[in-house]
Design a protein around this ligand. Structure first.
Ligand code: ZN
Length: 139
């Protein structure tokens, strides 16, 4: 069995951002030489997500508005987590909803997606460098 590991770095210019990382995961897959197996992609920070959905700007706007209704950033004092002096209590909650990781089957050297599926990095406390782990195993 072959194994491949890579960290992808991001520095989103805004507090909340969705970044399509499908091409970068594809590049990892090509570099790994693995044809049959699984790829795991996970955020390495507890205020960021990796998720799969459509690359459609209206949907991404809907996510932002929906998440802001569920866990508004302001007022930051509403979160017990922020009693520690942080201001990212909302980002921890948004990350939990959008998930930590995705797993995609690798078939014939390609990501075996359903229709319209793309992989996104979801940032909820940006403006700093953060990482995503790509782990691929197979033959
Ligand atoms: Zn925090």
């Amino acid at each position: 069995m072959k194994s491949y590991r890579k960290e992808l770095w991001f520095n989103a210019p805004t507090r909340v951002a969705f970044i399509n990382i499908t091409q970068q995961v594809n590049d990892c897959l090509r570099e790994s030489g693995i044809k049959e197996g699984m790829v795991l992609v996970n955020a390495m920070h507890i205020t960021a997500s990796v998720f799969i959905n459509d690359d459609e700007s209206g949907l991404h706007n809907d996510y932002k508005e929906w998440l802001e209704k569920l866990a508004p950033h302001e007022p930051v004092r509403q979160y017990r987590h922020n009693d520690t002096g942080e201001d990212n209590g909302d980002a921890h909650l948004k990350r939990q909803i959008m998930g930590r990781e995705v797993v995609v089957a690798v078939t014939g050297g390609k990501l075996d997606f359903g229709p319209w599926e793309q992989i996104f990095y979801g940032e909820f406390d940006g403006r700093r460098r953060k990482r995503v782990l790509v782990k691929i195993i197979g033959e």
